[in-house]
Design a protein around this ligand. Structure first.
Ligand SMILES: CC(C)(COP(=O)(O)OP(=O)(O)OC[C@H]1O[C@@H](n2cnc3c(N)ncnc32)[C@H](O)[C@@H]1OP(=O)(O)O)[C@@H](O)C(=O)NCCC(=O)NCCS
Length: 508
């Protein structure tokens, strides 16, 4: 049986003993401008670092490009600059050098920021706002700094009266309600472009190159702030027939971004609570949202959503246009849409297993054999097993582990959920089969193997919607990088392509 060995545990425990969080208990409201000011103070030294690297080491060779890699989706070629996160095939994602576990240990969470807000032992996962601070400044934020980011995002929404800008509201209301939620999200983000400070100043000829970053920062924060409203709008339209056109919840200016996403989906006490969750389940759902949106922010620069944002952003398209390109990439089934495919796959598989059990009147004992048979059938039909494999990772995805731990910490809540049980069962069975099959380079579950089915458990039963939540989270990494791209003056991205004749002639 395959076992996942987490090499980070020792390092993390060591960290825990030597690093203490440095929170003060000041009760003043931290300024929403703190993040931008802190970023501004870092610009000169980072620009110098980049200038020195360019001047001194431009000719340093960092790798070879082969015909295999060129025709193989540029796998293994380090070809772009990305500062927030790195992805190691054997260690997984690191955010400014910190593993997910280290981030959980060191970054402020809801308990740190708000105190004991629930009796449910929740509030333990770092807030996406503290991750945003880390990615932009490279520093672990204090409680006040995290609160200042919460204030920054909520202030933007306060200025909008907690509603989408009128242009976006009008456009969203005119879209067919059955249009795929990711298409709606892409259109919604694109429509926010009419609010862009960057493109307005640029088109008036008012922006010098050294000033690009400031309005890019403001636009990026506006985009991130509006995502709970956009996600809520899209989700409410899925429910319009039952609940009417009004929003499912409202923005709570005292609370964090993930809480407000949950509210706008109608899943908290500040909302219509459309799925009838108990107070404990509402609290757990917010906790899941904080976990999910915290760990999905970034996955180094080469993945399609991050890379598309960076590529389009390099043309000086505004952050809204740049990130909507990222969203279009995220909507592919090999990328973000995999979460929806996994749940469909789990349902079909569960139905098949139940039918077989009824037929043979068999006890559960033969389930593993039936799963194995079905996985082999799919593979021999040349289908992919959704939720398994990765272009870079060669281990169990640590984000999958984080989602699985969420389940393990709530045994009563999940014990009767047959699909969640099947998901766990598959993670023990599929890797061995994929290894025997011998094709895919990573036989282990990725984060999508677990994420969608957990949302489903709490009542987000519209599979097509899962990737919208991914799209909210993923905004944070690529937009942070876009701000830095503009600070560092990175040029328009323009790789060279090559045709078959030239490739063949090179080999002679
Ligand atoms: C993620 C993914 C797109 C990475 O693709 P990749 O880098 O090309 O993966 P590999 O190099 O391992 O692929 C080698 C072969 O294994 C196959 N393979 C990869 N993952 C597979 C899976 N989950 N099931 C079956 N076959 C798989 C590929 O299709 C490819 O087959 P081919 O040689 O006939 O074209 C791929 O693993 C996949 O399609 N997984 C399922 C979708 C998914 O879970 N996506 C979410 C990613 S976070």
């Amino acid at each position: 049986m395959l076992r996942h060995i987490n090499n980070n545990n020792k390092i993390v425990n060591l960290y825990r003993t030597v690093v203490k969080r440095n929170y003060s208990n000041s009760s003043t409201t931290p300024s929403p401008n703190l993040l931008k000011q802190t970023l501004q103070n870092k610009i000169v030294s980072k620009q110098k670092e980049m200038k020195d690297l360019r001047q001194t080491h431009s000719n340093y060779k960092i790798g070879d490009i082969t015909i295999g890699s060129l025709l193989g989706g540029m796998r293994g070629n380090s070809l772009m600059y990305w500062d927030g996160t790195t992805l190691s095939p054997t260690e997984g994602i690191k955010f400014k050098g910190l593993t997910i576990e280290q981030c959980q240990d060191k970054l402020p969470n809801a308990k740190d920021v708000f105190g004991n807000i629930s009796n449910n032992n929740n509030g333990k996962f770092f807030l996406p706002e503290s991750m945003l601070w880390l990615l932009i400044t490279g520093e672990i934020p204090t409680r006040e700094q995290t609160l200042s980011v919460i204030n920054l995002l909520n202030n933007i929404l306060r200025q909008q009266n907690g509603e989408l800008p009128p242009v976006t509201e009008t456009i969203m209301n005119k879209l067919p309600a059955d249009m795929h939620p990711m298409t709606q999200l892409s259109i919604g983000i694109t429509s926010l472009s009419s609010q862009s400070k960057f493109s307005s100043l640029y088109s008036q000829g008012k922006l010098g190159k050294s000033e690009y970053w400031s309005s890019t920062f403001d636009d990026s924060m506006k985009l991130i702030a509006n995502l709970p409203l956009l996600a809520g709008k899209i989700y409410s339209r899925l429910h319009q027939k039952k609940t009417g056109p009004q929003p499912l919840g409202s923005i709570n200016y005292e609370m964090d971004w993930a809480y407000n996403i949950s509210s706008m989906l109608g899943m908290t006490k500040d909302s219509q609570n459309i799925k009838g969750l108990t107070p404990k389940q509402q609290s757990d759902f917010v906790e899941l949202m904080r976990l999910y949106t915290g760990i999905h922010v970034d996955h180094e620069g080469g993945n399609v959503s991050a890379h598309s944002t960076h590529l389009v952003g390099s043309t000086l398209a505004d952050p809204f246009l740049s990130y909507s390109s990222g969203i279009n990439g995220l909507a592919g089934p090999l990328h973000g849409l995999a979460a929806q495919e996994v749940v469909r796959f789990l349902f079909n598989l569960q139905k098949k297993l139940e039918k077989q059990q009824q037929k043979s009147n068999d006890a559960l004992g033969d389930t593993d054999a039936a799963i194995t048979k079905e996985i082999w059938r799919l593979l021999s039909n040349q289908q992919v097993i959704p939720g398994y494999g990765h272009a870079v990772l060669r281990i169990f995805d640590p984000r999958f582990d984080a989602m699985l731990n969420f389940v393990k910490q709530r045994p009563k809540e999940f014990q009767n959920d047959k699909h969640v049980n099947l998901m766990q069962n598959l993670s023990q069975i599929v890797p061995d089969i994929l290894i025997k099959h011998g094709k895919c380079k990573n036989p282990y579950p990725n984060v999508d193997a677990a994420s969608g089915i957990l949302f489903y458990h709490y009542g987000i039963t519209e599979l097509m919607f899962f990737t919208v939540i991914f799209g909210c989270s993923r905004a944070i990494g690529p937009l942070t990088q876009l701000i830095w791209d503009r600070i560092l003056g990175l040029p328009i991205e323009r790789p060279k392509s090559i045709d078959m004749t030239t490739l063949k002639s090179m080999t002679k």
